[in-house]
Design a protein around this ligand. Structure first.
Ligand SMILES: Cc1ncc(C[n+]2csc(CCOP(=O)(O)OP(=O)(O)O)c2C)c(N)n1
Ligand SMILES: [Mg+2]
Length: 556
């Protein structure tokens, strides 16, 4: 690589002869990325060669299936709040990762996909090149907000910087870059693009004042948090105290207000409070569940804070719509509100009492609660819990206490079975400083369990608990309760999970009681360079549905 200097008018920028692949990798490094999750193949050989050259600045974590690479990048992005990248070959490689990319889109997670392509001049000709797929960019375009193809090495760095900016501008989300195999290896003088400025969205001061007036006058405010509130924990906490407003987080909004705060609520108390509220502050949430399940009427003033202006009136027109970063808007609101607010009596005692009533009713979920309590007792405050679409997961969404933002990763509306283990692996890789625990059913675990090989190869000390009921238990319950017990496709033949995990070299044990689980977890969290799998055999678990699917309470 020969270096020259080029004057850009205001500053001198180093120009270096490099390949398009080297330019992209250098740009990732210049943006602070230190890892790429990847699986190699012909079209990306020049990219992997560039990764080799940059391996002292950016590590390449190779997985055993592209779904693992995509989910690991997603887990890294969710656990850190920062962009994460993965690289795959075109066609099958890309499609194998598509579920992770779709999930990143639905979770607004900043994941960058680098996707290979067949020889540049043959794209679209249908010649039948290895891994050729019709209109790959068109398919990717359905999964991300920004996709571009690198056409020459001179454009590569800027294209990568534009993609990284798109991932963090307005509503965050994934982006993708395609590059043909022959373009990856072409070289030219390149100036590595430093991060492009992300203009802060203008805050509508008049709208903030209207919100402050509505909230100051309201008697019973409820704050509902979604994934968009994870960066605004301090402000949500302050707003909650100022308004004595309970904060509801069901899945992606959990941990924004510490569960130990009496005003922090989950379902089903959140529904009762929705029914009583005269104003709701919706922070980074679509509000789909409350509005469609619990109802809405004119007596409820909805104040929406969202990074995406299109989100505000998809379901109904809010009283006040505030567009932009939740943290900045809430800071503004917090300075405006005291002038309009009135003195409010503490609702702590009331909330404690009402939480206790619901907790009593939810005691019917005793087996789930026992295991969740064991996990909470051993997982440090800042440890990360990765949820799955499994019976323990549904109970966790209702009952697992969460103390800090970004420590309860729940997959949002895609709820893709099997996301948990591989996503948690990425979270643990990106946050080696805290323990990460993944929960899975026997069904979900085997979707990506082969990534145990990745955990061993890269010494990722993730702890995974597999709750084994020998079934797609959720599905089986539905067949029993709603389809006359006609069971089809819901029983599972499983390996011996302990022997399976040990065959990779992982630590593994079986725990049958919450006490045994606690001891096993204590041992597992002490291991810092080897993954652990704990199998928990369970019988039929009690149904959580009555606490999740609740009837309308407004607008009847
Ligand atoms: C990709 C995907 N496929 C199918 C489903 C439907 N689904 C939801 S839960 C479930 C069964 C889960 O079984 P398991 O992981 O063993 O957990 P359990 O319900 O037994 O606790 C299935 C098939 C899904 N959510 N995602
Ligand atoms: Mg199961």
């Amino acid at each position: 690589m020969t270096k020259k200097r080029k004057s850009t008018g205001t500053a001198m920028v180093a120009v270096t002869k490099m390949t398009a692949a080297e330019a992209v990798v250098a740009t990732l490094v210049a943006h602070g990325l230190d890892t790429i999750y990847a699986l190699p193949g012909l079209q990306n050989d020049p990219l992997f060669d560039a990764l080799f050259h940059f391996s002292d600045q950016l590590s390449t974590i190779h997985t055993r299936h592209e779904q693992g690479a995509g989910y690991m990048a997603l887990g890294a992005a969710l656990a850190t709040g920062k962009p994460a990248a993965y690289a795959v070959v075109p066609g099958p490689g890309f499609l194998n990762s598509a579920t992770a990319l779709l999930t990143a889109y639905s979770m607004n997670a900043p994941v960058l996909a680098l996707v290979g392509q067949i020889p540049h001049d043959d794209i679209g000709r249908g010649l039948g090149h290895l891994h050729e797929i019709r209109d790959q960019a068109g398919i990717i375009n359905r999964l991300v907000d920004h996709v571009a193809r690198i056409r020459k090495p001179q454009d590569a760095s800027h294209a990568a910087a534009v993609a990284l900016r798109a991932m963090q501008t307005g509503r965050p989300g994934p982006a993708a870059l395609e590059c043909a195999m022959d373009v990856w290896s072409r070289s030219a003088p390149v100036a590595v693009q430093s991060p492009l400025r992300i203009p802060p969205p203008k805050i509508d001061a008049a709208a903030v004042r209207r919100a402050a007036r509505r909230l100051g006058a309201a008697k019973r405010v409820l704050i509902v948090c979604g994934g968009g509130a994870q960066g605004a924990a301090e402000e949500v906490t302050a707003l909650s105290a100022m308004l004595q407003a309970p904060v509801l987080g069901f899945r992606r909004g959990r941990g924004v207000l510490d569960s130990r705060d009496p005003l922090s609520v989950a379902l089903p108390l959140g529904r009762d409070l929705w029914g009583e509220a005269d104003a709701v502050v919706a922070v980074g949430t679509r509000l789909l569940w409350p509005i469609t399940h619990w109802g809405i009427d004119r007596e409820l003033a909805v104040i929406r804070i969202d990074a995406d202006p299109q989100e505000h009136d998809r379901l109904q027109k809010p009283a006040v719509a505030l567009t932009g970063n939740a943290k900045a808007i809430l800071q503004h609101l917090l300075t405006e509100l005291p002038a309009h607010n009135h003195k409010r009596a503490s609702r702590n005692a009331e909330m404690e009492e009402r939480q206790a009533v619901w907790r009593k009713r939810m005691e019917k979920l005793k087996p789930q609660i026992g295991f969740l309590d064991a996990i909470r007792a051993e997982l440090p405050e800042d440890g990360i819990f990765v949820d799955e679409v499994t019976q323990i997961g549904f109970a966790a969404r209702l009952l697992f206490p969460v103390y800090k933002p970004r420590t309860f990763l729940s997959p949002g509306y895609q709820d893709p079975l099997g996301w948990g283990f591989a996503t948690a692996l990425g979270a643990q890789h990106a946050r080696p400083d805290v323990p990460v625990v993944a929960i899975s059913g026997d069904g979900g675990f085997l979707f990506t369990a082969t990534e145990l090989a990745t955990a061993m190869r890269h010494k990722i000390p993730l702890v995974t608990i597999v709750f084994n009921d020998g079934a797609f238990g959720n599905v089986r319950r539905t067949q029993q309760e709603r389809y006359g017990n006609r069971q089809i496709g819901s029983d599972l033949h499983n390996p011996d999970f302990v022997a399976f995990a040990r065959s990779f070299g992982a630590a593994a044990e079986r725990a049958t009681t919450p006490e045994q689980l606690r001891t096993a977890l204590r041992r597992a969290f002490a291991r810092r360079d080897v993954p652990t799998v704990i199998e928990v055999p369970v019988g039929v678990l009690p149904s959580p549905w009555e606490f999740i699917f609740m009837d309308r309470i407004r607008g009847r």
